[in-house]
Ligand binder design. Structure first.
Ligand code: HEM
Length: 425
């Protein structure tokens, strides 16, 4: 696991790391200024030229860039990006030290364009772009999401959505008379929308229905989710021109928020009315909504914002500077890291060398993903339902390895085409 942090959040961490570290790199790194960094800091853009058209790296191939830089500079190095120093470590021990010293309000690089737009338009910022006390208030409000009892309350409806996905796959197979489904990620996104809608807004969407009866809202949400990620990424990298005028990326942030707001606000209003009429019934079927409706520290604008963040987090996992990808591919931590060996995750497996901080897909500590349990439940139930009916194979005759590119989160670098063979035939 490697982590990039703005210097303000990292200084303390490095003092801590260095005072304990026995490894070559950090032992020789006494102060922040001793941390190595690539040559050539340009005015204003710092190291961003390394990721520009003439630079050696591509922003979307950040994992490869970090691997290459760590080979040249050692496992801890710094970069100057967006006007701030950021520190990268690709050592799982450092990752542990960093997470353990994050304190009560872990700092995350903020998303200034999102902050500005949300404050101006909705008067509330939410969790992801926030820091300090404001972040803490919202974070505390969505903590029920991590409660096993709350997550379990959605299990039956997650099973229903998963079996609707199986029917949807069968419908596509019948329509095309082919067992091959190309670009399965698009279909999985429909599953994600329907699955998260069970929790927020509590009214299930029909993304997995046949196109003729599918709500237009579903397509709008899929487009808005893609626009949101692109807008987030586009306003984060490069020069902050959005401060001067409404750039294309900034407009994508605006339009995606407007769509999600429109779709969710009215449904949340409906659920709030139902909650006022019969609080016990809603608390048992919709424990997360009941918890935020019942929270005296939240105004309606905050509730809608939290609903929007949970909904978007449920479709497309955010937050940008985590490089699980680097330590997850390190032979120091995993035997044959490039091989698909699912048994490595079994406790007694000999293919994992067992560093608990070498792979943290959901983060760790007070800022860890609040949707982890919900996401794991959705995924396990979906896999069980799909594998009960189908045997899965790659639909490509000579399957090439799948790489990852950054679109805020990491996505496959090519469409995944799968063959669904019915086990019962
Ligand atoms: C496979 C699915 C998911 C993955 C891999 C994932 C991963 C992550 C990671 C790595 C973080 C950043 C942790 C950190 O900064 O230390 C995060 C934060 C977050 N996730 Fe997820 N997530 C997933 C699903 C979800 C779901 C289903 C929801 C909503 C129900 C959600 C909502 C959030 C929110 C709101 C944050 C911001 C937390 C904060 O800043 O305090 N995520 N997620």
């Amino acid at each position: 696991m490697a982590m990039l942090r703005h210097a303000a959040g990292s200084m303390k961490y490095f003092v801590n790391v260095n005072s304990r570290c026995t490894r070559n790199c950090s032992a020789s790194t006494e102060t922040f200024s001793d941390i190595p960094s690539p040559q050539g800091i340009w005015p204003v853009i710092g190291h961003a030229h390394l990721f520009g058209p003439t630079g050696p790296y591509k922003a979307e191939r950040l994992t490869e860039a970090v691997m290459d830089l760590s080979r040249q500079l050692g496992p801890v190095f710094k970069l100057r990006l967006s006007g701030a120093d950021s520190v990268v470590t690709v050592d799982a021990d450092d990752t542990r030290t960093m997470f353990r010293h994050e304190g009560r309000h872990p700092f995350r690089p903020s998303f200034p364009a999102v902050q500005r737009y949300r404050q101006k338009r909705f008067g509330s910022m939410g969790i992801v772009p926030g820091n300090g006390e404001e972040w803490y208030k919202f974070r505390a409000a969505i903590l029920p999401l991590l409660h096993p009892r709350v997550v379990k309350a959605y299990a039956d409806r997650h099973t229903q959505v998963a079996s609707r996905f199986v029917d949807y796959i069968q419908m596509k197979i019948n329509e095309t008379s082919s067992e091959t489904i190309n670009d399965i990620c698009q279909d999985l996104m429909k599953f994600s929308i329907e699955a998260i809608s069970v929790t927020v807004p509590g009214v299930q969407f029909s993304s997995l229905a046949a196109q003729s009866i599918r709500e237009q809202d579903t397509q709008n949400i899929m487009n808005a989710s893609t626009d949101f990620m692109e807008g987030l990424y586009g306003t984060l990298i490069g020069l902050p021109l959005w401060k001067l005028y409404r750039t294309r990326s900034y407009r994508k942030l605006e339009s995606s928020h407007e769509v999600i707001y429109k779709v969710l606000e009215s449904r949340l209003q409906g659920m709030k009315c139902r909650y006022m009429d019969s609080p016990e019934q809603i608390a048992s079927a919709h424990p997360f909504l009941a918890a935020i409706f019942n929270n005296p520290t939240l105004e309606w604008k905050d509730i809608v914002m939290l609903g929007m963040e949970t909904f978007l987090g449920g479709i497309d996992a955010t937050l940008v500077y985590a490089f699980n990808s680097v330590t997850s591919l390190d032979e120091k931590y995993f035997v044959e890291p490039l091989k698909y060996l699912p048994e490595r995750w079994l406790r007694e497996s000999s293919t994992s060398k067992g560093h608990p901080f070498a792979s943290l897909p959901f983060g760790y500590g007070p800022r860890m993903c609040p949707g982890q349990r919900l996401a794991e439940q959705e995924m396990v139930i979906l896999l069980a339902e799909v594998l009960r009916k189908y045997h899965l194979e790659s639909a490509d005759h000579t399957p090439k390895p799948v790489g990852m590119v950054y679109r805020m989160n990491r996505v496959p670098d090519r469409p995944i085409n799968l063959c669904f063979r019915n086990r019962r035939v």
